[in-house]
Design a protein around this ligand. Sequence first.
Ligand SMILES: [Zn+2]
Length: 138
Amino acid sequence: MVECEFCNIVADKSPSNKIYEDENILAFAPLKKGIISKGHMLIIPKKHYSNIYDIPKEELYHIMDSIKHISQKLKDKFNAEGINLLHASGKVAQQSKFHFHIHLIPRYRDDGLDAWPKTGYEEDNFPNVYKEIADLFK
Ligand SMILES: [Zn+2]
């Protein structure tokens, strides 16, 4: 079995800066060099799932519920007027830790972050591609 760094944090086998936890989720600070805004943290399920494809929806409900709770606290305490949620599933999406996690990134006026970098991508097949996607649900 592959060692999972985040499972070790849940089990207190690795040092971490735990912020908040309940029976289902854990919120902790990233490594100091990885912090990109005041209050930036990771939210993980206590059980191991790799990505969006294998995590049960009930676990996502727990995570999103905690994110709402934490977001309000950060707004009240630090005046974080906004929040970005960042999740990566898959190497192509730059996932580097293969225990499901969501970055909660508090946003502040003039914080210098850019959540929507320009990629140069243009959808040449618009709107047909979205029709194809919508058809997946019919
Ligand atoms: Zn894990």
